[in-house]
Design a protein around this ligand. Sequence first.
Ligand code: HEM
Length: 216
Amino acid sequence: MTTPFSETLRNSTWADHEDAESESYLSALMSGRLSEHEYGQMVAQHYFAYAALDGVSRRLAGHPVAGRFVFPELFREPALERDLTTIYGPGWRERIAPSKSTRTLVARIQQVADWPAGYVAHHYTRYLGDLSGGQFIRMELQKIYGYPKGGGVDFYFFDELGSLPRFKNDYRSRLDTLGLELDERERHRMIREVKLAYQLNTEVLTELMHTVKAAA
Ligand code: HEM
């Protein structure tokens, strides 16, 4: 294996990334066509997905393989709670529920909790995305809704990580090491799980767009 696994993973799934990125909910959001509450619906779905991902991460913190990808600084629940309080007020918990696609995504995250490479596939798809394109999304959202730091887009702030490029480089070397440890079959299986993770995350966005359109 000459190409680092992080590169293979990225190249083999970039078309799936394009599908996620061009989802119409995100285009509507990024062009300022959604109300604050319509943006809040995505934050709410993130809340349920990250409650699952962070919960599994906590359980796997001591695992010899999966544990290398567990960073409490990445946990998103407290930031999402601040964002939801800003958007919907203190009664936000009564106003949100997981959508059907979010329940499917959450079920899959829980299913792969006993398969380290599968867990890493979901972890990579979400967190490396939040640390990459997510930073651009945050800047756009701040322009559109005027949120300062402290609630609204805190989900996208990773102050405790320090330098994001440095963290991402370190994360990619962890992926490279994992790729060397896995056999060919298992590497392919993990790539397929990243594709599935993209698909499940994209379906959450598609369902959100239907909800937004139905309410219009
Ligand atoms: C408006 C929407 C989006 C934009 C503009 C965007 C943009 C980008 C850009 C520019 C990068 C490359 C950054 C770099 O090379 O450091 C990136 C990486 C990434 N994005 Fe997105 N993205 C979006 C949505 C998403 C979504 C919805 C997901 C996941 C569900 C996602 C997951 C990822 C991942 C995992 C990476 C890292 C790929 C790698 O280097 O291995 N992105 N994104």
